[in-house]
Design a protein around this ligand. Structure first.
Ligand SMILES: [Zn+2]
Ligand SMILES: [Zn+2]
Length: 139
């Protein structure tokens, strides 16, 4: 898959049988809806459809950041925030193909590790926690 930011070929990173597409150049991460479904199901959380609807119905984030195109369908994605403190700015495909986390956002996730871990029953927090775990170990 091609990185929506810098157009490099992304590499597949597997963790707990869930595959993510990772850009080695800009450090961004694509979380495909199919993989998201596996994660939510493995945790007994809500359906991915409800997960996407919840995020898509939330407010668009005002951000100076450029809009990203979905690496699956090429359409412009919606910018919004998920998570509590701090909020994480993400891009989400309106056709529910997946979520994009910019490299800086992933770094933000990792910094959260030093802080408290949020409750695991919240599916958005679960997604964030999962990414924290994947990128916890430095290369
Ligand atoms: Zn990239
Ligand atoms: Zn799409």
């Amino acid at each position: 898959m091609i990185c929506p930011v810098c157009k490099y070929d992304m590499i597949v990173v597997e963790y707990q049988n869930i595959e993510l597409d990772y850009c080695n150049n800009c450090k961004g991460v694509w979380f495909d809806s199919g993989e998201l479904e596996l994660l939510l199901k493995s945790q007994g959380l809500e359906e991915p459809k409800a997960f996407f609807d919840g995020i898509l119905n939330s407010q668009e984030a005002a951000s100076p950041e450029k809009k990203r195109n979905c690496p699956v369908c090429g359409h412009k994605m919606k910018k919004t925030t998920i998570g509590g403190q701090p909020e994480i700015l993400i891009d989400i495909c309106r056709d529910k193909h997946g979520l994009w986390f910019d490299g800086g956002e992933v770094a933000q996730l990792i910094r959260r590790l030093a802080g408290e871990h949020p409750p695991k029953h919240d599916s958005r927090e679960q997604v964030i926690s999962f990414l924290e775990e994947v990128f916890e170990a430095p290369e």
